[in-house]
Design a protein around this ligand. Structure first.
Ligand SMILES: Nc1ncnc2c1ncn2[C@@H]1O[C@H](COP(=O)(O)OP(=O)(O)OP(=O)(O)O)[C@@H](O)[C@H]1O
Ligand SMILES: [Mg+2]
Length: 331
């Protein structure tokens, strides 16, 4: 089991309030991603759940039991960090078995659990190597293996892929998703990469300055952001924000429209001139200066051959507009 419930959790460092009162329930087996800009408190919140930091106030319950004052070792959670901190002089086998050895688990059972974890993580051929003889992705898998053998109630990941190159990040991201499908254990995953959040999460928690801005499934957050912050954070390329007369015409202080919801269309109502055009083959990203609207980013098809200085007409999809009031709240 791995249900985690936070109630009014607050944390200050030296009088500075960093976590501002978090209420959040994570269901058993859920894959939850904490996402937000650098410094918003993602790692701190994860460390509070792990017990590596003490909450200034509020409660943290694990499987219905108050764990607020429990030391990390008694919370039954396993943390996987960005720097994987493997023991360089120990084999992969010994590294994975380490927490079991510390807990005095009998040798045969250690062996069995290490083999099972190695199988899940495709590490069987590497068990007798040392960390220095592994790739970055393999090392990260060893660190995950060390967490798996503990059979935790939940896995806590803090930006586990940020040391890896782009291609490896994509494949490790898929491996962690598969691991979740295999183990069905609660996972909390911290990242500032909204693509990781969108692709991995059952539920995304968007944090900003120590507060929750919105909690929801990836598609909920994409379709129905509750405010400008979430609208601008979720989705890539970013949503366009338009102010002034064009927004007022739609009954909003700020009008939002995603680049993929604007078509290049002859006779479209927005007349503009192409500034930057990026031809990726699959897509064409345009930055267009539209009279009376401003600069608009457009995600067009790969076949669109527009270039710098070309005149273009754009047609935003009317049912895809997001409207926000002067305080940034969705209308
Ligand atoms: N031990 C500490 N003492 C004082 N301030 C701290 C401490 N740990 C974190 N902070 C501050 O708390 C804030 C949140 O930090 P945290 O590490 O949780 O951010 P984060 O969202 O994980 O950022 P990043 O994406 O850069 O990892 C930051 O302003 C940080 O400087
Ligand atoms: Mg962090």
């Amino acid at each position: 089991m791995g249900e985690i419930a936070l109630s009014q959790v607050k944390k200050s460092f030296g009088g500075v309030s960093i976590i501002q009162g978090i209420d959040l329930t994570i269901a058993d087996g859920e894959f939850v991603v904490f996402v937000g800009p650098s410094g918003c408190g993602k790692s701190t919140l994860l460390r509070l759940i792990a017990g590596l930091e003490d909450a200034s106030s509020g409660t943290i319950a694990i499987d219905g039991r108050d764990a607020t004052r429990l030391p990390p070792a008694r919370r039954g959670l396993a943390m996987v960090f960005q720097s994987y901190a493997l023991y360089p002089h120990m084999s992969v086998r010994k590294n994975i078995a380490f927490p079991l050895r510390m807990a005095g688990v009998p040798k045969a059972e250690q062996e069995r659990k290490v083999e099972a974890a190695a199988k899940i993580l495709n590490l069987v051929p590497y068990l007798d190597r040392r960390p220095g003889q592994l790739s970055g992705g393999q090392r990260q898998r060893v660190a995950i293996g060390r967490a798996i053998v503990r059979e935790p109630a939940a896995f806590l990941f803090d930006e586990p892929l940020s040391n890896l190159d782009a291609a490896l990040r994509v494949s490790m991201r898929q491996e962690i998703s598969e691991l979740h499908q295999t183990l069905k254990t609660t996972m909390i995953y911290v990242t500032h990469d909204q693509v990781e959040a969108m692709t991995m999460a059952d539920k995304i928690v968007v944090l900003n300055a120590g507060r929750i801005e919105q909690v929801g499934s990836p598609i909920d957050l994409y379709r129905s952001p509750v405010n400008l912050f979430v609208a601008g954070f979720i989705g890539s390329p970013k949503m366009n924000f338009i102010e002034g007369a064009e927004a007022a015409r739609h009954g909003a202080h700020t009008l939002g429209i995603r680049p993929e919801h604007i078509a290049v269309a002859e006779g479209g109502p927005w007349k503009g001139v192409v500034g930057i055009s990026e031809h990726l083959g699959s897509d064409t990203f345009l930055k267009v200066e539209v009279a009376g609207v401003g600069t608009v980013n457009v995600r067009a098809g790969g076949e669109v051959a527009l270039r710098y200085g070309d005149a273009v007409a754009l047609a935003p999809q009317a049912d895809k507009f997001h409207r926000f009031d002067a305080t940034g709240k969705a209308l």
